[in-house]
Design a protein around this ligand. Structure first.
Ligand code: NAP
Ligand code: HSE
Length: 432
């Protein structure tokens, strides 16, 4: 059978991972597929840049036209990141009859619907397994293996960089900045790491998961998103005292005809399996009406784990090419029945920094009471300093109510800062 020719757009962490896997395991891949897979071109910005992997002459190019107009290239693998020019290159590749694989969650979350439609029209495949949770095969699992289920909930840790930072802060007392620097050095972070630490990257991924699992397109900016930039050593220590571990959780849950969803730093019971998910590892809990509770766990970032997901997409496409090269892939219909409604009700941890004066705790509690917010516990440990931490944990409350109460409290003279808000997730229903 004819060799399959691939072009890779981008030769950074993931691009090099794909190259390395094909160099090491290429004969196995070729044997399974019954044909040879060859990387014909690699698009980069700077073809003269010194790279840690040697690539034969003539493969690097900085001209996308050499790829898009080459009829001999069957599959374009987009691993550059960012929305433009990635969107344009994917679009042109599909229009020129090429199948496409991408690891780009920004493009798939914001323009994915358009691109999938285009792929349908062109009778070509567009696959994006690596765009969510790195090496974990979550997209194919939802699309195929769990397709007979009605999905009820997905809760997960789906950003490796923030999980790495929180793990280092918790287990090694490392500072936020130091841990972020390490995550960047290891190739986990996005080109602009604010996307990781502000929760945007997780919101992109949650948007993709929501569209696959629930058939509803929720644009990432409509997802209530809170990053980890306000999480300090104090939160890590208070969490420990209360029996919890701090994690950045992403959750989507069907409640009647509505979808509650959020990305939020949260207190997870320290004896829950999610609390044990460390470093760049990701995990996803899925509840389906037939399968019940299911957990997937693995490396959510990094060169080889992500490369593994990319290779899986490439191999699926080649299998499909052998069946019928012109097959129009059936896509899941977007039903739009479910309405996304925000965070829903939750329990919250709030740390205030306040003046150490008599009556402050009482005044805050009274204001919470006025807004119908019931309190589960209060921790006040500092004394005699200019500003002391005062931590409240609420019972279940609507986020809008909490925000209204905090707005009223914020204006009081004794408040220096509403320093950190975390969700408290108790997971009472897990593994039932
Ligand atoms: P990266 O290390 O920053 O590499 C990006 C590569 O793309 C570089 O080789 C760069 O060329 C090339 N590039 C960027 N803009 C370009 C342009 N306009 N024209 C030509 N080439 C361009 O990125 P990465 O970490 O591999 O991530 C790639 C994609 O995978 C992103 O969408 C990311 O979200 C996704 N992803 C990453 C991970 C991970 O663990 N890193 C995991 C899952 C998904 P030069 O080398 O010449 O600069
Ligand atoms: N920056 C992302 C993360 C890469 O840290 O999870 C994987 O998508």
């Amino acid at each position: 059978m004819k060799d399959v020719h691939i072009a890779i757009l981008g030769f950074g962490n993931v691009g090099m991972g794909v190259w390395e896997i094909l160099m090491n395991n290429g004969s196995k891949v070729d044997c399974i597929l019954g044909r040879k897979v060859e990387i014909k071109k690699i698009l980069v910005r700077d073809i003269n840049k010194k790279r840690s992997i040697d690539v034969p002459d003539g493969i690097f190019t900085d001209n996308i036209d050499e790829i898009i107009s080459d009829d001999d290239i069957d599959i374009v693998v987009e691993l550059m990141g960012g929305i433009q020019p990635a969107f344009q290159y994917i679009k042109e590749s599909l229009k020129n009859g090429k199948h496409v694989v991408t690891a780009n969650k920004a493009v798939m979350a914001t323009r994915g619907r358009e691109l999938l439609h285009l792929a349908n029209e062109a009778g070509r495949e567009l696959r994006y397994e690596a765009s969510v949770a790195g090496g974990i095969p979550i997209i194919n699992t939802l699309n195929k293996d769990l397709a007979a289920n009605n999905i009820e909930e997905i809760t997960g840790i789906i950003n490796g960089t923030t999980n790495y930072i929180l793990t280092q802060m918790t287990t090694r007392g490392m500072s936020f900045d130091e841990a972020l620097k390490q995550a960047q050095d290891m190739g986990y972070a996005e080109a602009d790491p604010s996307s990781d630490i502000e929760g945007e990257d997780a919101a992109f991924k949650l948007s993709i998961l929501t569209s696959i699992a629930f058939g509803v397109q929720v644009s990432p900016e409509k997802i209530p998103t809170h990053g980890i930039t306000n999480v300090t050593e104090m939160e890590i220590e208070y969490a420990r005292q209360l029996g919890y571990t701090v994690k950045l959780l992403s959750k989507v849950k069907k409640v009647d005809k509505k979808l509650e969803l959020y990305v939020h730093p949260a207190l997870v019971p320290s004896n829950h399996p999610l609390a044990a998910v460390s470093d760049e590892f990701n995990a996803l809990f899925i509840r389906g009406d037939a399968v019940g509770d299911l957990m997937l766990y693995g490396k959510g970032a990094g060169s080889l784990p992500t490369g593994s997901a990319v290779l899986s997409d490439i191999m699926y496409i080649i299998d499909d090419m052998d069946e019928n090269n012109d097959r129009v892939i059936k896509r899941r219909k977007y039903n739009g029945d479910l309405e996304a409604v925000g965070e829903g009700k939750g329990e919250y941890y709030i740390r205030f920094q306040v003046a150490d004066e008599p009556g402050v705790l009482g005044m805050i509690s009274t204001t919470f009471g006025k807004y119908g917010i019931s309190l589960a516990s209060v921790v006040q440990q500092g004394h005699g300093e200019k500003s002391v931490p005062l931590v409240f944990v609420t019972h279940k409350v609507e986020r809008t109510n909490l925000d209204a109460a905090l707005k009223a409290i914020e204006n009081c003279d004794f408040i220096e800062d509403i320093a950190c808000i975390l969700k408290v997730e108790k997971f009472k229903r897990f593994f039932k």
